[in-house]
Ligand binder design. Structure first.
Ligand SMILES: Nc1ncnc2c1ncn2[C@@H]1O[C@H](COP(=O)(O)OP(=O)(O)OP(=O)(O)O)[C@@H](O)[C@H]1O
Ligand SMILES: [Mg+2]
Length: 289
């Protein structure tokens, strides 16, 4: 059974990530694996205890302490979840991505300790979200305990995967699913920019809502008790999803969507949520990716 991997660096954000990892693991009866990347081979400084310092000094000991504390904290979050911990030598993103290859999901804090001593900074979350092959969850903001799981829908294969993951989470958390689709029409911003009104906004809104209903069509049969709400919002997708994350317990999107250019690893919606969501974020992609 593949584990829920959580990257830790001893920062408060990584502690929040541990709690989120335990929650996801507990729901799905999976173990948690705490991972701390230890960069000593790259530092070229002595890492053992100094002959003049305490016997338990040194960076290696510090790394082990970080993992030990995270494991102990994970066990207090939910005693039923089995938790292991590893210190792994290497650069943070590389270590976490390698650990994610055999993981059910990987969970990170939205920022690390920062500065020179920071072993996990915000860019790690972005890099892992861009390159991981499993779902990436980022602990940020406030998860509203009774809020819905919100999913962003644009009709792409990534968004279909996001709907599937979000529905599972909503069922496991015994809450509702809210599927959101944002759309923008041609708008004139200044008099010289006036365009002929070649579309009927109501017709467009109706067409757009079809995207939403098609993406969620199979859910009722699969999860008869799951309440699925639909919301079509006229507005930019990233901004809309950030707004909708307010009051949610989790917001789920695909790594990519329908737009963007080939080679792009994260779209504007997934990136926007990573940086600005008001609640924890899950970024998913089709498993074959
Ligand atoms: N209009 C939308 N309404 C709701 N959710 C959306 C919308 N567009 C995208 N999403 C969500 O965000 C995910 C990522 O799509 P995103 O738009 O960020 O990438 P992209 O389309 O590849 O690139 P671009 O930034 O150019 O649009 C989608 O899988 C979907 O879950
Ligand atoms: Mg898009």
């Amino acid at each position: 059974m593949t584990a829920v991997v959580v990257g830790v660096d001893g920062s408060p954000a990584s502690t929040a990530a541990v709690a989120l990892a335990v929650r996801v693991a507990s729901e799905r009866h999976r173990p948690v694996r705490v991972v701390h990347a230890f960069v000593w081979p790259l530092l070229h400084v002595p890492v053992g205890p100094s002959p003049y310092g305490p016997a338990d000094g040194g960076l290696r000991h510090e790394a082990e302490r970080i993992v030990g504390e995270a494991v102990a904290y994970a066990e207090t979050c939910d005693a039923r979840v089995s938790v292991s911990g590893d210190v792994i030598a290497g650069g943070v993103s590389a270590v976490l991505l390698a650990a994610s290859r055999h993981a059910f999901a990987i969970v990170l804090g939205d920022r690390g300790l920062g500065g020179f001593t920071g072993l996990m900074v915000g860019s790690v979350a972005v890099q892992v979200a861009a390159h991981a092959t499993c779902p990436v969850l980022v602990a940020r903001g406030t998860a509203r305990e009774n809020g819905p799981v919100v999913v962003g829908v644009d009709g792409s294969p990534n968004s279909d995967r996001a709907v599937a993951f979000a529905a599972e989470e909503a069922v496991l958390r015994k809450t509702d699913l809210l599927a959101v689709h944002a759309w923008t029409g041609p708008v004139s911003t200044r008099p010289g920019d006036m365009r002929p009104l070649v579309y009927d906004p109501e017709q467009v809104a109706e067409d757009e809502s079809r995207v939403l209903f098609e993406a969620t069509a199979g859910l009722n049969e699969r999860y008869p008790d799951l309440l699925v709400g639909h919301r079509v919002v006229r507005g930019r997708a990233a901004h809309t999803m950030i707004t909708q994350s307010h009051g949610a317990q989790l917001v789920v999107v695909g790594a990519r969507g329908r737009g963007g250019f080939a080679g792009l690893l994260l779209g504007s919606v997934s990136q926007g949520l990573l940086h600005h969501a008001e609640c924890p974020v899950a970024i998913v992609r089709p498993t074959a990716a």
